[in-house]
Every structure is written in C-alpha cells, then in structure tokens.
Design a protein around this ligand. Structure first.
Ligand SMILES: *[C@@H]1O[C@H](CO)[C@@H](O)[C@H](O)[C@H]1NC(C)=O
Length: 328
C-alpha cells in the first residue's frame, strides 16, 4: 500500500476512536435502560395499604425542597402542600439560596468555590440536592412535583431515582440513605463536569442537571453495584397517570429558555441527526482523501498547481467544447 493511504487510514482511525471515546457514555445512555433495577408495582403495597408499616424503612423521613427564598410562589403552594399533608411525620427542609450556601460552606467547603462560581442559579439548585441527600439522606422533590400517595414504601430502598423517556434519569425526585455511594459519586464528580457549553441549556443539563446525573448513573452502573449499593429506578410507564404513581407533575421548569426548543427538536430527531453527522463526516473524509491523492498524482506527473483543484479538468473541457461550437 502507498504510504499516503496508510497515513490516511491511521489518522482516520485515531480521529474516529477519539470521537467515539468522548461520546461513549452518551451513546451508552441510548442502550442502558436500568430495567434490572426497576421498582415494579408488584413489589409495592397498594396506595393507603396498611402493609407499608411492616417493611424496613431505611431512608430517613425527611423531605427536601429548594427555592430562592421562603416565599414560595402561589402556583407551587398546592403541590408543596400535597406532599406536606401526606407526610405529617416527616421532617421538612426548604433549602433557600442562603441556607444552601451556608450548608455547603459548613459541610462541604471543598465545593464552595465551584458552587459560588456557577453561572446559573439553577446549577446551585441542582447541585445542592445531591449534597443534602448525601449528608442527611431523605427524599428530594422539585417544587413543581406534588405527591399522590405516601412515599413510605420508597423508604425501603437505599437509593432510588426516576427514569425518563426516551433516555436517562431525572433529578426532580429521588431518595437515598445518608452517604449512599451513588450520591457520593455525584458530588465528587460535580467539579469535573463544571464546563460551559455554547447553549445555556446544555451547560445546565450537562454540568449539574439530569444529563449530568444520567452520565454519573451510567458510570456507576459500570461498577456493577450490588446489595445496598444498588440504585433502584421508578419507570414512568408503570407509574405516570396511574393511581399507584407517587408524584403528580405541575407547571414545567421555570428556567427553560429558547434553546430548549432546539434541544427538544434535536432529541426527537436524533436518528436523523446522527445519520446526517456520519454522512457529512464521511463525505468530508472522502473529499480530503481524493484531494490528497489527486495532488499526489499530479505531482508525480509533474502537473501544474491548477490541476490540484477539483473539477478543474471538467470545467476546462466544457469551455473548450463551447468554444468549438462557436467556431462552427
Ligand atoms: C423571593 O424571591 C422572589 C423571586 O426572586 C422575589 O420576587 C421575592 O421578592 C423574594 N422574597 C423575599 C421575601 O425576599
């Protein structure tokens, strides 16, 4: 084989390998579904069943929520109250911006610089929930999620998350015992994932939000956690709009902006986009390759610089033909 071809193939393999390595976890998000960790309805007592009390309750009875300050907006008071009413025996902790910062400064000072440095307030609201779950344990619930039934049955699992469709997990409601290794991994990884992307939405999703937590989840599953280290998963198909569902969803996230539409469009059309990406990438590689080999050929034939340009010959041929016709 010619040296040029070998160099071309080797560099293509390196570039592709690097690209695949970088997005490997993202790609595995498409295939890992976590169904082996599913909490199926069959394991749970019916809503309002007395059987609940016989199960071991590992997660402490604490509900955590976050908001800027103590004045919760009217439209979220309903969902908040629904959770308070169903859990009179739970401790309730509302993490305001001020309390969250004091907590990080006191308990996790190594994270304070990253915490203060976040560009978007939602990144602080995202990250604080992993820290309070790691420190106190309990159940975190977004303010726009209400409660549909007692969460007591979920206290029996050392850690649980909610699955989202089509891929990944969400960080809007989750529970754990204190110091669970999954949330330890999450908080330890936050500084490393603190990168800025062009779109604010991607920055938030990938640095602290659901995409961040989904990637941590994939990495965590790669370590094949067993026993109490497992993270159990609630699947939307089994719970949403069902009397057994634990949560009700109210208004959407308050921080969504314009780039969200683009992301949702991209998420819906990811197969098309992947196909387009590969087509463009491979065409580009092919063009570079044929350009290089043309240049080599013309060099060996001692051709002029012009002949390196693609289409040169075809265009000039046409010109000649036209000229010929004029002459006739
Ligand atoms: C709480 O935060 C909201 C939203 O930023 C603001 O409108 C309101 O004035 C704040 N309330 C207090 C008591 O600071």
């Amino acid at each position: 084989m010619r040296r040029g071809v070998i160099i071309f193939i080797v560099s293509t393999v390196i570039v592709l390998g690097f690209a695949v390595h970088n997005v490997w976890t993202l790609l595995s998000l498409l295939v890992v579904d976590g169904s082996e960790d599913a909490i199926s309805r069959a394991e749970l007592p019916a809503p309002y069943s007395g059987a609940i009390s016989e199960r071991p309750q590992l997660i402490p009875k604490i509900i955590h929520q976050t908001y800027v300050n103590e004045s919760i907006p009217e439209h979220w008071k309903g969902p908040q109250q629904s959770c308070l009413d169903l859990h009179p025996d739970y401790e309730y902790k509302l993490w305001t911006d001020k309390k969250a910062r004091e907590f990080i400064a006191a308990e996790y000072p190594w994270f304070l610089e990253t915490f203060d440095g976040y560009r978007f307030p939602i990144q602080r609201a995202d990250s604080i929930r992993y820290f309070v779950l790691h420190h106190f344990g309990g159940i975190y619930i977004d303010l726009d999620d209400g409660c549909n039934r007692s969460l007591d049955p979920l206290l029996a699992y050392p850690a649980w998350l909610r699955r989202t469709k089509p891929t990944g997990i969400s960080n809007d409601a989750m529970g754990a015992v204190p110091r669970h290794p999954f949330f330890l991994k999450a908080i330890d990884s936050l500084p490393e994932y603190n990168r800025r992307w062009i779109l604010p939405y991607i920055t938030v999703m990938a640095s602290t939000g659901p995409l961040f937590l989904s990637l941590i989840w994939i990495h965590y599953l790669n370590g094949s956690p067993e026993g109490d280290d497992r993270v159990r998963v609630l699947f939307p198909d089994e719970y949403n709009n069902h009397p057994w569902s634990f949560f009700t969803h109210h208004l959407g996230n308050s921080w969504h902006s314009n780039d969200v539409k683009l992301i949702f469009w991209m998420a819906q059309h990811w197969i098309l986009l992947t196909f387009l990406g590969f087509t463009v990438g491979l065409s580009l590689l092919f063009c570079i390759y044929s350009f290089c080999s043309r240049a080599r050929n013309s060099k060996t034939k001692g051709g002029a610089l012009y002949s390196r340009l693609p289409f040169y010959r075809r265009v000039s041929q046409k010109d000649i033909e036209l000229d010929d016709r004029h002459e006739v």
